[in-house]
Design a protein around this ligand. Sequence first.
Ligand code: LM2
Ligand code: CA
Length: 451
Amino acid sequence: TAQAAPPGNKDVLVHLFSWNWNSVARECRDFLGPRGFGGVQVSPPQEHVVVNGFPWWQDYQPVSYGLNTRRGNESEFRAMVDSCHAAGVKVYADAVINHMSGQDGGGTGSGGSRFGHYDYPGIYQHQDFNHCGRNGNDDIQNYRDAYEVQFCELVNLADLKTGADYVRDRIAGYLNKLLALGVDGFRIDAAKHMPPADIAAIKARLSRPAYLYQEVIPGAGEPVRPEQYAGNGDLLEFHYGEDLARIFNQEKLSYLRTFGSTLPSGSAVVFTDNHDTQRGSGVLTYRDNARYALANAFMLAWPYGSPKLMSSYEFGNKDEGPPAEASGRTRDSVCFTDRWRCEHRWQVIANLVGFRNAVRGTGVNNWWDNGNDVIAFGRGDRGYLVLNDEGPVTGRSFQTGLPAGRYCDVVHGNFSGGACSGPVYTVDGGGWFRADVAAQDGIALHVNAKL
Ligand code: LM2
Ligand code: CA
């Protein structure tokens, strides 16, 4: 049966997309741990292809299960896991196990391994791949055909025969190596392209329990559905970010009152955008600035699913990789310089992580909206959030469930050492406080930021 959404009592994950291991180690120690993040998703740890210009998607073309990548080597990886654990942050690795590389000509991987399209010396040869016999080149074309989706090639990527014991053993060997290094679980990349039973068979070979969350992108009229994978673990919920973007961009925030999706809340990992969707359209991204911050604030404050935050680097075209040395090695991430956008450090987003931890276990109460784009709600007697995605609101009284007292507005200030660096609101004995709310802004109060 599925393990409940991220283990532990802090359920916020952040994807430090493309960050190298030394930088992740530092971020766990200096920021993620102290700010209450529950886990970090790191980019794929296995040896990958190297392509001209070092596009980000090199990482999704495995060459071997050695751990020499553009982000560091095995000892740096181990040191990262140790640093994150010391800070109380779990580590989830992006597991690319449906396929190997897609380069027809073959080449040399990031760790120096030679390879051909269906030839990975010492691990996989031609017989270890599915050759589906469709469409002339074995590529997936028809997503309404489950056989094609799972047994043909996703953009020419050599499709592993995950139905075979030999292949299952090799994949499990790789995941067990990561577990031995201390990793806490896996994002299962391209899960949709493997039959659910194949993932179950690999999971059964793991040396210890691990948290799994699977990428199964739903498509209208398609036979392969996220629900079919629920027995293996949690699911990334792709509708969530699209629905949230539509409500913010075209509809009204008042519609958020019943926000959720079709998956059970306890098995959904929700996100505004991810590394793929931020390169397309129809979702909110760092490029939306204040509105993006508000949408993330809502996600963090709302009790549906477990949130996964995106932390991006800026890109000119959708293939562009992270800041790199001439050698192809990824440069250290220094937030707000060198294209690193660090959405997880934006004050609103980072402080709403603390809000979420403070209100854990409570329900929504005291919902109020203006019938348009101003909303407010409480979480039991622990927290209260106001979001305004229209013009200024002046002199309004808000009914909360909070105990009387003085609270730090963590949208505008940090609470530390008993002091608030931003505005403070006084909640009276009846739970009320009075405030102005600027356009495209908000207020967040919680009991762990009470003066
Ligand atoms: C995923 N989930 O199912 C990842 O989230 C997604 O980012 C991956 O695609 C994909 N599956 C495979 O793991 C990315 C990227 C593709 C890229 C692949 C492989 O979005 O554009 O494909 O990684 O690197 C690239 C080229 C493509 C070429 C392919 C094989 O863009 O044109 O196909 O390599 O050489 C001929
Ligand atoms: Ca497959």
